[in-house]
Design a protein around this ligand. Structure first.
Ligand SMILES: NC(=O)c1ccc[n+]([C@@H]2O[C@H](COP(=O)([O-])OP(=O)(O)OC[C@H]3O[C@@H](n4cnc5c(N)ncnc54)[C@H](O)[C@@H]3O)[C@@H](O)[C@H]2O)c1
Length: 330
């Protein structure tokens, strides 16, 4: 009998790529995509797989117990948990949806899995942001968590809950923490799509502060391949880091985008900095590379070119997004 893999948050940026990855790389599986269809969700991200008989979509808010219970009336064998509120600036404006989705949503999922006799594995998708900012070097998996904003605090809280459920109840949970992702399908409020959108329209590129903040950018399909290795071979109760091990200042990313589009760097403009803006995140990824043989295959140059070409080709993709309370941020 084929396995059923529940992907939460599959209408979002990374989750939609992961569903495509699963359906492309595994024949004998069923995929259920459970997503609340919040403002960053876009079912058009999955247009090409929507007709696949192995794929089903369920609109589910994970913070609602009865909806989670209904979802688990389906026989589910594995869970890959991407669903989250994911934008730092929005968490600074109001943390409530982050606590609801990221912490309560994860708690409801864990509790339901605890009652389930069929779920044999859960992968909890987390982020490098849980460690807070580091001036230099790379953070290892055992480092203490020091989140610097409500988003990362809600993710760190959900990570700790997962580890506690693994320890206390023996839940088969594995955590991945990845660095910044980029690629097609990402909501235009995020850094790289925002820079591309503005550059394509010859509008000033708003860069927070001096733009010297550093991030380690990973192309989204490399992230998906890593998550799938961890799903298949990762050790229960462990944390695995995922990243390219190459930190780059935001200003340089904006410059490269302009360069690839043949536009002048004078389009870069300073915007007021984000409160409490973390200066730098960087992860050590040796454990994943050594234990599970994963390596990123898309270089930053290739990835940026592919991403720009994809955004250039879109006409009405944006119409597929849910609306945030109070209107769109585009
Ligand atoms: N984007 C990155 O650079 C990055 C890096 C590392 C880790 N992550 C993690 O990866 C995951 C996915 O990030 P993304 O960038 O694809 O985010 P996204 O905002 O594009 O997608 C998140 C999805 O989760 C859904 N969702 C939110 N709350 C929900 C709820 N209560 N119930 C059901 N669905 C809900 C949304 O509707 C959306 O489709 C998140 O857990 C994030 O913390 C992201």
């Amino acid at each position: 009998m084929s396995r059923t893999i529940l992907v939460t948050g599959g209408a979002g940026f990374i989750g939609s790529h992961y569903i495509r990855y699963l359906l492309t790389h595994h024949r004998d599986i069923q995929v259920i995509n459970a997503d609340a269809l919040r403002y960053s969700a876009n079912l058009r991200n999955l247009d090409d797989v929507a007709g696949d008989s192995r794929y089903r979509f369920k609109q589910v808010d994970l913070s609602r117990q009865e909806e989670v219970e209904r979802l688990f009336a389906h026989r589910i064998n594995e869970v890959v948990h991407f669903a989250a509120e994911s934008h730092v600036d929005r968490s600074i404006q109001g943390a409530e949806p982050f606590i609801q989705s990221n912490l309560i949503g994860t708690y409801r999922l864990l509790e339901t899995i605890r009652q389930s006799s069929t779920v044999k594995r859960m992968i909890h998708i987390s982020t490098d942001e849980v460690y807070g900012s580091i001036c230099q070097g790379r953070t290892a998996e055992g480092a203490s968590l020091k989140p610097g904003n409500p988003y990362s605090a809600s993710k760190a809280s959900s990570d700790l809950l997962c580890l506690a459920y693994a320890n206390t109840y023996g839940l088969p949970v594995v955590i991945t923490r990845c660095t910044n992702n980029y690629g097609p399908n990402q909501h235009p409020e995020k850094f790289i799509p925002k820079m591309i959108f503005h550059a394509l329209r010859d509008r000033p590129l708003p860069l927070y502060g001096d733009g010297q903040q550093e991030r380690d950018w990973l192309y989204v399909t490399d992230h998906c391949a890593a998550v799938d290795r961890v799903r298949e071979h990762g050790r229960v109760g462990e944390v695995y880091h995922i990243g390219a091990e190459q930190t780059i200042p935001n200003r340089e990313i904006a410059g490269r985008i302009l360069d690839l589009l043949g536009k002048p760097t004078t389009l870069i403009q300073t915007a007021p900095d984000r409160p409490g803006h973390d200066f730098r995140y960087s992860l050590q990824t040796e454990k994943l590379r050594r234990e599970l043989g994963w390596m990123p295959v898309v270089s930053l140059e290739q990835g940026l070119s592919k991403t720009i070409r994809w955004y250039q080709a879109q006409t009405d993709w944006q119409q597929g997004f849910g609306q945030p309370p109070g209107g769109t941020s585009l």
